[in-house]
Ligand binder design. Structure first.
Ligand code: FAD
Length: 235
């Protein structure tokens, strides 16, 4: 299992932390991929609790990388493991994971729509920071559906960082997961997706949004290799 040491912790807001790690070898990741951290908190006699985190930094740097996590109310690994990690402490993980990103043809040159909900914006950020995207994609629209301004990474950071790559950035407020995301909410996102026409799609975050979006695109006959997905929760 690869190992990395915590080099720096930054508090971004009351529930969001950025952790920078350093490694002795190259991680070998592509922007948009993730690692699975071993929390060392035992689940049973054989297994520990493990959680996935997107590599939020650019793939131009491979010996150090950053993850950004949101501390969830009762969240086990965020509260009991990530919050307690100390500088120089080593973590073990597996990865990098994220199969479709290895596909050289994803995303096609042309128009790309990225739809991220909640913390899923981490995948969009990482993908947009990758060497491949910087050199290839010129026409990207990004829609981020998020419960509040201080839910995760700041809206300003997203706008500033990607203003050159992202043509149209729209951030929309939505109900928090578990508090009013019913048929009306998912149905309205489906209607929005129905009206879109892009060469490639990248959907990440709430599983219900990702699943419905992908199903709809497949029904319309969209090339499956041009639909990247990442379900963070609500599997
Ligand atoms: C491929 C992938 C990449 C991910 N990348 C990131 C990342 O970069 N940053 C990050 O903060 N998280 C990321 N996640 C989510 C992460 O793996 C954990 O699920 C999350 O940190 C909660 O873990 P926990 O043990 O603290 O909470 P748990 O004890 O697992 O409880 C979480 C509970 O909160 C609910 N929930 C509500 N909102 C969310 C939300 N936004 N995310 C997860 N669960 C939610 C879940 O359904 C669940 O019931 C990613 C998940 C996947 C699958």
């Amino acid at each position: 299992m690869p190992v990395a040491k915590l080099q720096k912790r930054e508090t971004l807001n009351k529930s969001t932390e950025s952790l920078s790690f350093i490694m002795e070898e190259d991680l070998g990741f592509i922007g948009g991929q993730y690692i699975i951290l071993d929390s060392k908190i035992p689940m049973n006699e054989e297994k520990n609790f493990k959680r996935a985190y997107t590599i939020a930094s650019s793939d131009e740097e491979q010996r150090s990388f950053r993850i950004v996590y949101k501390r969830l109310g009762e969240g086990l690994v965020t509260n009991q493991f990530l919050d307690n990690l100390k500088i120089d402490q080593a973590v073990s993980f597996s990865g990098p994971w994220g199969k479709f990103l290895k596909n050289e043809d994803f995303a096609k040159e042309g128009k790309t729509l990225m739809v991220a909900t909640d913390t899923g914006i981490a995948s969009a950020m990482s993908f947009l920071s990758s060497k491949k995207v910087k050199n290839r994609l010129k026409d990207v629209d990004l829609k981020w559906f998020v419960p509040s301004k201080d839910y995760f990474i700041s809206h300003d950071e997203i706008s500033e960082k990607f203003s050159e790559i992202v043509g149209r950035l729209e951030i929309k407020t939505i109900p928090e997961y578990g508090k009013g995301r019913g048929e009306e909410f998912y149905g309205s996102l489906e209607s929005f997706m129905e009206q879109t026409s892009y060469d490639s799609y990248f959907l990440c975050g709430d599983g219900e949004v990702v699943r419905r979006g992908k199903d709809l695109l497949l029904k319309r006959g969209h090339d499956e290799t041009q639909i990247g997905t990442k379900v963070y929760f609500n599997k």
